[in-house]
Design a protein around this ligand. Structure first.
Ligand code: BG6
Length: 482
């Protein structure tokens, strides 16, 4: 089905000279333009404290597009895109600065016939958010607008509530788009289709058939240049509170009444409500020490830039979570994420219960080969079902064999980047893949016991799968992705 273009509007990117804008947002917007998915009439206004002019901003955008866009830079398309880019200097510490922005937006509104429709994108450090909202309010720019906010939303439940209170001074909930970019990933969205469009799968999707679930988000990179941020976040705030719990919600939610945004978000909220707050004795925290990752030497976390030499911030978390509802009672959900693990992989593994064993014991087969269902989110997106088959030949011997779906082989197009999908949805006003405030708050409640009583952090060498306590946590089962 061809998608409609969103209505005419202006997109305002705060923090436009920063990394997120250059690496993700501007390339994603260029790619949307390439696919014909930008509004017929639009403008992109970069804004921030940096003293750039329109030409500087276009030049930065061009280098971002060259390096990071999915489609190669094509001169004619680039010129058309660049014409719509401009920059307004608006330092947040200057209360009058939004006057210039207001003027620019009024002019653009008239030219585009956008009727005040605009999308503000906060690509700034989280601490800038309250001031941005207030300045938008003071300048009277919020009425027809939507605002996109990046995670992390707060540091804990209390600060998330405070941010929401501030946002509500200017915006209503339907105007606020809280991004968790994992929900923009094609293979995460496909979890819902796989489950609800295939009755066979949905019937099997419960404690009757599932022994346990593993969700692994492993990264081989370290903290890159983000020491200052990471020292305040750690893996619990950076990954578990949002990306892992959001994947869990898609895996575990009940079928929604429809695919309309509020129906999907209601079911997600319900399942998060049923997730028991993590118990510190079911959580393992780790921190990487020096090691070798993908053949290259990597420093320990404490030797990274802007990290304290005695830091106890975790770069790895493994947790056992429980969902107290009829579908998942007593089925453990194992969550695992870490930096500087052996390689990058995000995978959901659904381990299946064992069948009646006597049938096979009688013919001398004491143990059946492992079987499970794996949803690969990245890289090599796809789904595999590993099931048991009879080996050809006389007698009865079993082997595990895969049934494999991979996006690369089945669909000819390359998946869009998460930010393309999410920017498109935000411009079109569809909140399905964005976080609702109740889900954000509940996610903070789920991790709160561990934030409040952190316990010890165990070292693991870069290039390994985390501390051995993570294996003890899942025993007698074993982690699958790896
Ligand atoms: C971000 C985290 O939200 O997600 C980063 O802040 C992490 O620490 C990143 O590296 C991972 O995203 P992706 O899309 O590369 O898996």
């Amino acid at each position: 089905m061809a998608l409609a273009s969103p209505p005419p509007q202006t997109l305002v990117v705060f923090g436009a000279s920063g990394d997120l804008a250059r690496r993700k947002l501007l390339p994603a917007l260029y790619d949307l333009g390439y696919e014909g998915l930008l509004p017929e009439r639009y403008a992109i206004v970069g804004s921030g404290g940096s003293r750039l002019d329109d030409a500087d901003f276009r030049e930065r955008a061009r280098t971002g597009v060259e390096q990071f866009a999915r489609h190669r830079l094509d001169d004619a398309r680039w010129r058309a895109f660049a014409r719509e880019l401009s920059y307004v200097v608006a330092p947040l510490d200057d209360p009058g600065a939004f006057g210039a922005l207001r003027e620019r937006l009024a002019g653009l509104d008239a030219d585009l016939g956008a009727g005040g429709r605009r999308l503000f994108y906060c690509a700034t450090p989280p601490s800038a958010f309250p001031t941005i909202v207030r300045r938008i309010g003071e300048a009277g720019l919020g009425e027809q607008a939507r605002i996109v906010v990046e995670k992390p939303i707060g540091q804990d439940l209390a600060s998330a509530r405070e941010l929401d209170r501030i946002a509500r001074e200017v915006f209503d909930e339907p105007q606020v788009f809280r991004i968790d970019h994992y929900l923009g990933k094609e293979a995460v969205q496909n979890i819902l289709v796989f489950r609800f469009a295939n009755a066979m799968v949905e019937r099997a999707w419960s404690r009757d058939v599932v022994d346990h679930v593993q969700i692994t988000v492993a990264e081989s990179v370290g903290i890159e240049q983000r020491g200052r941020y990471y020292e305040e976040a750690g893996a619990l705030r950076d990954m578990v509170q949002n990306h892992l719990l959001q994947i869990l919600a898609f895996v575990a939610m009940d079928p929604p009444d429809s695919l309309a945004p509020e129906d999907v978000r209601d079911r997600k909220a319900e399942v998060l409500e049923a997730v028991r707050p993590l118990s510190p004795h079911e959580v393992v925290r780790g921190q990487y020490t020096a090691g070798v990752v993908e053949g290259r030497e990597a420093p320990g976390y404490r030797d990274e830039q802007r990290v304290g030499p005695e830091s106890t911030v975790e770069t790895f978390v493994a947790a056992r979570a429980w969902i107290d509802n009829a579908r998942w009672q007593d089925v453990p959900f194992f969550l695992r994420t870490g930096k500087r693990l052996p390689h990058r992989t995000t995978e959901v593994s659904i381990a299946l219960r064992e069948p009646e064993r006597r049938l096979f014991e009688r013919v001398g087969i004491a143990r059946l080969p492992p079987h499970h269902l794996a949803v690969r989110v990245q890289p090599d997106e796809g789904i595999s079902l590993v099931f048991r088959a009879k080996e050809p030949g006389p007698g009865m011997a079993l082997d595990a064999v895969p049934m494999d779906f991979s996006y690369g082989n089945s669909f000819r197009t390359r998946s869009a980047e998460a930010y393309e999908r999410l920017l498109y949805d935000a411009m079109a006003g569809d909140q399905t893949l964005f976080l609702r405030e109740d889900a954000v708050e509940r996610s903070w409640e789920i991790v709160a016991p561990v934030l409040d009583a952190p316990g010890s952090v165990q070292p693991y060498a870069a290039g390994t799968w985390g501390p051995s306590a993570a294996d003890d946590l899942i025993a007698p089962r074993a982690w699958r992705a790896g």
